[in-house]
Design a protein around this ligand. Structure first.
Ligand SMILES: C[S@@+](CC[C@H](N)C(=O)[O-])C[C@H]1O[C@@H](n2cnc3c(N)ncnc32)[C@H](O)[C@@H]1O
Length: 378
């Protein structure tokens, strides 16, 4: 099987797969390969915080042109997988000197499937691009073609807790990745200034309670497969919920925008985390940290609305003055602006927030540490 993810999160996904007992785990490019049975596939879909999709390989072959591709797709016994009354879609990723257009590859694949059904049954399953029973994924790397069934359906970052659209929400998988990369050990309070719609605090809350991110989801694509085992799925969910734990510390999110706070509160309630997450209306520049807490910040990047020139400097000054004895992690695409923070980072990790290349940067704000003294004297 293949679990897909975002750039930079592959090692975290590997760790997560090890924890659920996947075998033959191997890191790829924005994905991790592994083996396991159906139970593990269900578990991966429900539990993995840093996976976008779980793909199950059904055929591997070589093709150098559309005719070979069509023939090879046609060799797969599609009526063992779906019926004419079900719907399907085809998606492709292509990185090949033999095939240049992924849409064309999808079209050839779709035709080969449909023609096989027509020939045998005089009927064909329909294509549904929005909500298909089956999503067939074809990955071509040069002449190596890999056909898989997407067991997840819609991407696993769509946890279902968002009740409204926010202007610049973070991808839930990236937010979970940021919390995990910060090394937060749940023994400290976690503070998320500029929390926006609350993605980081919610993912932190799920981690704090050991709650699986997709435990409440009931529309995985594997539920349409003819080998789907409803009893196994339900028992697994009970087992996963029984492993939730109490969380004794605080997770606090705050934002200057009243509409952002309202959205964050709604989402926190919908995923039933209001007992451990507090959300406040507050201006970061007038806020104070708590000693020994961990601070995660996804500030505005200034792409849509220009920021005041000294915005990132003010951010750094607030950390230096009001957040002493904490670790702060900031994610931003604005590398020049990050320099204005005026603190020496102790770690920098390359990530992508959507199409934007970002740095996740760690600042250790401990009195007496070399880095702290350096910026104090600047
Ligand atoms: C990039 S968004 C955060 C998105 C968030 N991670 C999410 O997933 O929804 C930045 C947020 O910073 C907030 N903000 C900007 N300046 C602020 C300040 N001085 N104090 C508190 N919040 C601020 C904005 O209202 C906005 O919600």
């Amino acid at each position: 099987m293949i679990a897909t993810t975002l750039f930079g999160l592959e090692p975290l996904l590997k760790d997560e797969l090890e924890k659920i007992n996947a075998k033959k785990i191997q890191i790829g490019n924005r994905c991790v390969y592994f083996t396991g049975n159906n139970e593990l596939m269900y578990r991966a879909n429900i539990q993995l915080r840093t996976a976008l999709k779980i793909l199950k390989e059904i055929s591997i072959f070589k093709s150098k042109n559309e005719h070979e591709l069509y023939k090879n797709i046609n060799r797969i016994k599609w009526d063992k997988i779906m019926t004419t009354s079900q719907t399907f879609s085809v998606t492709s990723t292509v990185n090949s000197k033999y095939f240049s257009h992924s849409n064309y590859v999808s079209l050839v694949t779709k035709d080969a499937i449909v023609d096989q059904f027509r020939k045998k049954y005089n009927k064909r399953p329909s294509v549904d691009l929005k909500n298909p029973d089956f999503n067939i994924h074809i990955h071509i790397s040069n002449n190596n073609c890999n056909i898989s069934l997407n067991s997840s359906g819609k991407s696993l970052h769509k946890r279902g807790y968002r009740t409204n659209r926010f202007t610049a929400p973070m991808n839930e998988v990236l937010a979970a990745g940021m919390v995990l990369l910060s090394g937060w050990n749940k023994q400290q309070n976690l503070i998320n200034p500029m929390c926006g719609s609350g993605t980081l605090i919610i993912e932190a809350g799920l981690i704090a309670k050991n709650r699986a991110p997709n435990i409440f989801r009931n529309n995985f694509s594997f539920q349409n497969w003819n080998d789907y085992d409803n009893i196994l799925f339900n028992n697994l969910k009970i087992d996963i919920r029984n492993r939730e734990v109490e969380f004794q510390n605080n997770i606090v999110g705050f934002d200057i925008s009243a509409s952002a706070i309202a959205m964050a509160r709604q989402s926190v309630e919908s995923i039933k985390l209001n007992d451990i997450i507090k959300i406040q209306g507050k201006n970061f520049f007038k806020s104070n940290g708590e000693e020994n807490s961990i601070i995660l910040i996804n500030p505005p990047y200034g792409k849509r609305i220009a920021l005041k020139q000294d915005y990132y400097k003010q951010l750094g000054d607030t950390l230096k003055q009001n957040y002493i004895n904490t670790d702060a992690w900031i994610i931003s695409s604005e590398l020049e602006q990050l320099k204005k923070i005026g603190l020496k980072p102790s770690k920098k990790i390359k990530l992508f927030n959507g199409a934007l290349e970002c740095k996740l940067v760690k600042y250790e704000l401990y009195k007496g540490s070399k880095k702290f003294n350096k910026f104090q004297s600047e």
